[in-house]
Design a binder for this molecule. Structure first.
Ligand SMILES: Cc1cc2nc3c(=O)[nH]c(=O)nc-3n(C[C@H](O)[C@H](O)[C@H](O)COP(=O)(O)OP(=O)(O)OC[C@H]3O[C@@H](n4cnc5c(N)ncnc54)[C@H](O)[C@@H]3O)c2cc1C
Length: 421
């Protein structure tokens, strides 16, 4: 059995490692000519981290990232709305890890090269089309200049090619990305630790908010803090595709006047970020689709369920997809059945997650607080009851598959058969 994986991002690499773990050969084809450690911060929830531990990568990731201890949410006046422990502090058997996406990617890639081989990831090969012929799938590629660059034949094709997936496009031609009118700036900056030293904070409300969390320790006790700042899109917005459009840092800093709090100088952090490190991205996702698996072809990660960056879910869910797909292929060596089984286990929850994130997910409590008390409050319970706060937090975690009980009580998605001694 040979699996062709199109896309060497977080989903594709995790899936390849998981397929290898269950004894399925695979090869990853990645569009970019050189894989570089790209991206800023990404958050891995305990449901995904336990799967990375099961792949033997937990220690490396824990050392490279920050074990997130707390999520704290504030209104724009800097008043605390909600705080909850995270990761091991919340009782999970595995941590929540905030890490540079580039570092995560490097660790996954290093493991693939060690375990599967130096040629397991072929770069400079963008999937352009595919065809199912009998019990084979033929994938066709182009090089970085767009010239034909050969084909590969396998038993299954896994589309892990991100939000602008070419695999998905072949099933859903004419589909458009959905842009919600918001822009988010992203940056990463070295600074002193704040709050617990491992706190993820979300400040503001739907129309204007900021998310910050440390992703790495630096010599001398400092930390690298990843930040996102949301604002309504100004005229002359960037193209909807790019992850790497340079931003006007000053425009971002100017729109956060007054966001200086005793517990963190949010605006000051934006201003201290090297200008070339500030990027801008439009907030895009896609409408849920009814199917990901079509005979011997399926979709995972952002190709399957691109979602807005709310609730720190995209990376974690991409990892879980790869694990559930490998588990399904371990259970049934009939590829068509395995791909259907994977889809059936994941699609309803992920389609729900895409829609929940459009309505802010857990961060919805920020918007309620803003609507009920735009000028702030004497006590948060005058605005939102403890019950409302707790229920919102728990509902989101349950829907995303990472509430403490659920994660701690289940087995890893991939349960290897015991070896005969
Ligand atoms: C360069 C980059 C930087 C990012 N930075 C961040 C970040 O800082 N924080 C964050 O939360 N999320 C970031 N993301 C998104 C995040 O990685 C995903 O939302 C999430 O991890 C799901 O991963 P994925 O593998 O499904 O998609 P992605 O991580 O987007 O990976 C998709 C991969 O497929 C490749 N590809 C695309 N089209 C083709 C094709 N036709 N054929 C072959 N390969 C193809 C892409 O080059 C990419 O390597 C970034 C994504 C990219 C590509």
């Amino acid at each position: 059995m040979l699996a062709i994986v199109a896309g060497g991002g977080i989903a594709g690499l995790t899936c390849a490692l998981s397929l290898h773990q269950v004894g399925i050969a695979c090869r990853v084809y990645e569009a970019v000519p050189h894989l570089a450690p790209l991206g800023y911060g990404i958050n891995l929830q305990p449901n995904a981290v336990r799967e990375l531990f099961a792949l033997g990568l937990g220690e490396r990731l824990s050392e490279a990232g920050i074990l997130t201890a707390e999520l704290a949410m504030y209104n724009k006046h800097g008043q605390l709305i909600w705080t909850e422990p995270r990761g091991r502090a919340a009782g999970y058997r595995w941590p929540q890890i905030s890490i540079s996406r580039g570092t995560l990617h490097e660790i996954l890639l290093g493991a693939i090269r060690e375990r599967i081989g130096a040629d397991a990831v072929v770069t400079g090969r963008r999937l352009s089309s595919f065809e199912q012929r009998g019990d084979r799938v033929i994938a066709r590629f182009v090089d970085p200049k767009g010239e034909p660059a050969g084909e590969a034949e396998g038993d299954v094709l896994i589309g892990a090619d991100g939000i602008h997936s070419a695999v998905r496009r072949q099933f859903y031609s004419g589909e458009k990305a959905v842009f919600d009118g918001y822009l988010h700036y992203r940056g990463v900056v070295e600074t002193e630790p704040y709050l617990t030293g491992a706190s993820m904070v979300v400040v503001g409300h739907r129309h204007h908010r900021a998310i910050l969390y440390p992703v790495a320790r630096r010599p001398g006790g400092k930390v690298m803090v990843n930040w996102l700042a949301y604002t309504r899109i100004p005229p002359g917005s960037p193209p909807m595709e790019a992850w790497d459009t340079a931003a006007d840092r000053q425009a971002c800093v100017d729109s956060y006047k007054g966001w200086t709090y005793p517990w963190l100088d949010v605006r000051g952090l934006f201003a201290a970020t090297p200008a070339e490190m500030v990027l801008q991205l439009p907030n895009v996702d896609r409408d849920p689709v009814p199917r990901w698996s079509f005979d011997r072809v399926t979709l995972i990660g952002d190709a399957a369920h691109p979602m807005q960056p709310v609730g720190a879910q995209a990376g974690s869910q991409a990892i879980v997809d790869g694990r559930v797909l490998a588990a399904s292929m371990l259970e049934s060596r009939n590829p068509v059945e395995a791909l259907t089984r994977y889809q059936d286990r994941r699609i309803a929850a992920m389609n729900d997650m895409v829609l929940r994130n459009r309505s802010l997910g857990l961060e919805t409590i920020l918007q309620i607080a803003e609507e009920r008390a735009p000028n702030g409050f004497a006590h948060i319970h005058d605005v939102l009851s403890q019950q409302e706060l707790e229920a919102t937090a728990l509902n989101y975690k349950k829907a995303a598959g990472f509430d403490v009980e659920m994660v701690n009580s289940r087995d890893s998605f991939v349960e290897l058969p015991a070896r005969a001694s």
